[in-house]
Design a protein around this ligand. Structure first.
Ligand code: SF4
Length: 698
């Protein structure tokens, strides 16, 4: 039987058709009817049937290492959380969630924590991925609102990829870009990335900028556009504010092109070529990802890009706009339900009106009134003992967070660590007092939202393995045992989704962009057969909204878009004589996160079979290293060993290491441990693209 569902890996959110026979997924193929991928899948998506099966799954609850039943495990979780609340207050509890959770799971976790336990200490691994992009949009548009859609990537005349190796990280979108370029060779593509990546294969121009100089590059572009009379004065006057402040800073700090080129580390002619391309094309899409976000100035990076679109009015129509791309399948869904510690559900804020509004809608027992701790601060609070109970769902922070050895040490001394996961024996479970088996892809049932705001169903194809349960069921069951039965009496994910949809429209008189109130009355059958749809979904847009801001009405108090003055600041983790190399981290084509899932498919090791450190040819000569040699990276936080891969694509003085390998696949440590927990001051997103280390042959 053929069932439609969604790929659980990257933010492209491809539709999948699974052939299910005898309680077994016999094969998977791309869903030809899904607008994201029109029948195509990348290598990871095509291997989904290979990662299933019982081996390595967490299938039964465990308390203190002893297998138990759900009743006992849930009572234990509820009892210990209540005790912690009573003895130390709500802020002694934290939830750390994941962009792998479905929207319904995310919603219930946020509701329990922010509306009933009474703390906003709920954050998510999406903090490491796109929280700077969120700040960029909120500051500019007054809402966390992605204006564009995937079709814009094909309809644009100039596609600027900033800090994105789409060829590896968003492969289906890259295929769409490549196809568009083949169809219209006059379409121009610029890649801005310190490394020459596979994405550069389709580029007309590659600007290998010095890491951490994005703000200067785009602030320089703003000054250049002004100098060459390329501003859309009428758009600026009618639809924006704070332009003069942004332009004054640009003119003061980035108007001298040779200085900009020198600091950015690019040829003056190449810089001017990029600026001219932007100036001469009406339809421009800036497509940006982790290279922009994972920076100590990630929020300003995003706003420096958005400023250029506002200055030229290049948004709100087909083929134009600033387009941030999420890494995870449901980072967007998490944002919608308040998955970040500084947001409430339905994109509401921690202001008096929104706190009151959400509290009334939920019938909250103890509504959080102020923002909670963001990921890095949250684990600092675990380390300091301020947080005494943490519940980690569907993620592996013992590998993925910066300075991961310190994360492990913090978890080790935390009085209560609860981990829900579908996989057994993740690195984080080493520190868990209670392990709860969650359903995985093919068993989960709910919705996800992809990077173009498109909500799709991820459907259950198989019965849960062993005693595994959906995350929403686990969280609701704990909530009921904590005494909150009336608010968590859900029978199925449809009831949660429609409540979430109703909240999005609750007292929303057009002030909030996120609104799917038209979906609030779906019955079970309609929810089951929901076809992919882009929010907002309202009475005036019942079939969804392809593009935002076509009317140039924004969600700021004045309804005008805001320029944010930006000026260049150096990365915090600067190389020193002791730590002379910049360390750039990222993903490889065929693996996902800490490999807990993709590591189960043998075929996904064909592309890269072991961890590596990419090093520039001239550095390799200097260090007397050749491809295949083991090399050691050193930092006061730890050591990382992997094989060298000498490359002309790498800039001298810079290294690249993939993030994926964990203890189960390699014993040489993990690269995140060498990254210092430095964050963007507005978003709290770590500076994972600009670590530093010493290097020597091993
Ligand atoms: Fe899955 Fe992303 Fe590949 Fe699509 S591009 S199949 S969503 S991993």
């Amino acid at each position: 039987m053929k069932n439609k569902t969604t790929c659980p890996y990257c933010g492209v959110g491809c539709g999948v058709v699974a052939d299910v026979q005898n309680n077994h997924v016999a094969s998977v193929a791309g869903d030809t009817s899904h607008p994201a991928n029109s029948g195509k899948l990348c290598v990871k998506g095509s291997s989904l049937d290979k990662v299933l099966g019982a081996t390595g799954r967490l299938t039964q609850p465990k308390v203190n290492g002893v297998t138990t039943d759900w009743d006992n495990a849930l009572n234990e979780v509820a009892g210990q959380l209540l005790r912690t609340m009573m003895m130390h207050g709500p802020d002694a509890i934290a939830f750390y969630l994941s962009g792998q959770l479905l929207t319904e799971d995310y919603y219930v976790a946020n509701k329990l924590m922010k509306g009933f336990i009474g703390s906003a200490n709920v954050d998510t691994n999406s903090r490491l991925c796109m929280s700077s992009a969120v700040v960029g949009y909120k500051r500019a548009f007054g809402a966390d609102a992605v204006p564009c859609n995937y079709e814009d990537l094909e309809r644009t005349d100039l596609l600027v990829l900033v800090g994105s190796n789409a060829a590896w990280n968003h492969p289906i979108l890259f295929q769409r870009m490549r196809h568009a370029k083949a169809q219209r060779p006059e379409m121009r593509i610029v890649v801005i990335d310190p490394r020459r990546t596979a994405t550069c294969d389709i580029a007309d121009l590659h600007l290998a900028i010095q890491p951490g100089t994005d703000v200067l590059l785009f602030t320089g572009l703003l000054a250049y556009l002004a100098k060459h009379d390329a501003l859309d004065e009428s758009f600026i006057k009618q639809h924006t504010e704070q332009f003069d402040a942004a332009l004054n800073i640009a003119n003061d700090t980035a108007a001298h092109l040779p200085s900009v080129a020198q600091t950015c580390g690019v040829e003056l002619a190449a810089l001017e070529q990029f600026y001219q391309l932007f100036l001469t094309h009406h339809k421009v899409v800036s497509f940006y990802s982790q290279g922009v976000n994972q920076s100590s100035q990630g929020s300003n990076n995003a706003n420096a890009i958005i400023n250029c679109h506002l200055a030229t009015g290049r948004l709100g129509y087909a083929g134009a706009g600033p387009f941030s791309i999420t890494g995870q399948p449901n980072a967007m869904g998490g944002r919608e339900v308040g998955g970040l510690a500084n947001q409430l559900a339905a994109h509401m804020e921690f202001n008096e009106q929104d706190v009151d509004r959400v509290g009334r809608f939920w019938g909250a027992y103890n509504m959080a009134t102020q923002e909670g701790l963001k990921a890095v601060d949250m684990f600092d609070a675990v380390a300091s003992g301020k947080i005494k109970a943490i519940w980690i769902m569907g993620t592996n922070p013992a590998v993925s967070l910066p300075k991961s050895d310190a994360i492990c040490a913090a978890l080790k001394q935390c009085p209560l660590v609860i981990v829900s996961d579908c996989i057994a024996n993740t690195d984080t479970q080493d520190y868990a007092d209670i392990c709860l088996p969650a359903t995985g892809w093919s068993e989960k049932d709910g919705t996800v939202t992809n990077a173009e705001r498109r909500i799709s169903r991820q459907r259950a194809l198989l019965p849960p393995l062993g005693e595994a349960k959906p995350d929403w069921w686990i969280i609701s069951s704990v909530a009921k045992r904590m005494g909150f039965s009336h608010a968590f009496d859900y029978k199925n994910p449809r009831q949660i989704f429609t409540e979430h949809a109703a909240l999005s429209g609750f007292e929303n008189h057009g002030q909030r962009c996120f609104n799917i109130s038209q979906l609030a009355h779906l019955n079970d059958h309609e929810y089951e057969h929901l076809t992919p749809i882009q929010w907002p979904v309202t009475s005036t847009s019942p079939t969804g909204t392809a593009r935002l801001f076509t009317d140039h009405r924004y969600f700021t108090p004045s309804h005008k878009a805001r320029f944010i003055p930006t000026s260049q600041h150096a990365a915090v983790q600067q190389p020193t004589s002791e730590l002379p190399y910049i360390v750039n981290t990222g993903r490889i084509r065929d693996q996902w996160h800490t490999m807990a899932i993709t590591g189960r498919a043998e075929g996904l090791f064909q592309h890269r079979s072991e961890p590596f450190i990419e090093i520039a040819t001239q550095d390799a000569i200097k260090e007397q290293i050749k491809t295949g040699d083991l090399i050691e990276l050193r930092h006061p936080q730890g050591v990382y060993i992997a094989r060298a891969q000498v490359s002309d694509d790498q800039r001298a003085g810079e290294l690249f290491a993939p993030i994926h390998w964990n203890r189960q696949f390699a014993s040489q440590g993990n690269i995140s441990n060498l990254i210092e927990p430095v964050v963007d001051p507005y978003s709290g997103q770590p500076e994972s693209k600009h670590g530093r280390a010493a290097l020597k042959p091993f």
